[in-house]
Write a protein that binds this ligand. Sequence first.
Ligand SMILES: Cc1ncc(COP(=O)(O)O)c(C=O)c1O
Length: 399
Amino acid sequence: MAPKWLPSVNRLLRGIDILNLKSKLPRVGTTIFTTMSALAAEHDALNLSQGFPDFDAPKALRESVAKHVMDGHNQYAPMTGMPTLREKIALQLHQYRGISCNPDTEITVVPGATEGIFCAIAACINPGDEVIVFDPCYDSYEPSITLAGGITVHLPLSQGNFSIDWERVNSAITARSRMIIINSPHNPSGSTLPLEDLHELERLAEKHNLLVISDEVYEHLVYDGAEHNSVLQLPGLRARSFAIFSFGKTYSVTGWKTGYCVAPPALTAELRKVHQFVTFVAVTPIQLALAEFMKNEPDYPGTLAAFYQAKRDLFCKALENSRFKITASAGTYFQLLDYSAISTEADSKLARDWTCEHKLASIPISVFYEHPPKQTYLRFCFAKNDDVLLQAAAILCKI
Ligand SMILES: Cc1ncc(COP(=O)(O)O)c(C=O)c1O
């Protein structure tokens, strides 16, 4: 005889039918980052998959959060962000990019770049609007566009050097195009957008009256003496862009999920309308600690390029005698390795196999594409202690 509880279990299993639930994101599953990190933990593998440092944030910054918590700064911040933090952001934008911003009308503190990107899209994209993204692209863009009723138009970056083919962009623009999303320095390829590309974007965006989201979360991680190019430095782009930044990347505090969005007053006003009903605010003591640290250590972001370039170089040099083809990353803390001389296997399978067999986790880049081209890259995060990078390289040299 069937147990008494079986009918209710069956009802639960049929819940989706009973509730007539139609997923708004039917193609979205667990992210590759969660999958690979879980696999790395299961197999006790070195984890160079997910993009976060395995070293701690500056001590003074961590102590400052504790202090602000103990001092009783534990209630809601203003919706737009703590004024003291917005002021420090404005000063930093002036120091590093040479631009002036009004902290009250142009800067919004958000709980992570992801929330800022979501709010900018939700605020501006209407059903049927087309948004151009470049594959391989960061995985939060498309779901945010879909939830707003927009249509994601995926254009591939050129194979090999991950640059933008502007002629292709031009021919993809239609009467329904509303926005272009760029990301430089670029995750997962580590490429950066030259200034000429921003001028090209400016020309197209002005001609077709497009909005721009510029994901600049790795702005300070640019190598070999190059400078980061921000949309905020080109007047035509500044007037139509949401520039998105993350304290998580700059201060090695990805778990604090705090970032900011810089946009002209009219766009900022629309973004804030959404932000106030998505999360309303970012975390108060974290904002105060960031403001204090930025005041005391204004030159800290300027030290990051040398710090991470040394890690990139250590990792790449230790791989010199491996069978991987390597083009050193121009930015971010990710390094692509081309395994074409080793295997013809699909990157997703290889990333899983190597996590289990060689105890080293990476990210296959095909997951960042709508239509993955035939290419053989795995992405490794080098925001790791030097001994971990050398251990990882030693494993890779044996493959
Ligand atoms: C390109 C890119 N954009 C946005 C984010 C999200 O940043 P946050 O953690 O501040 O939401 C990341 C994080 O990995 C990223 O790589």
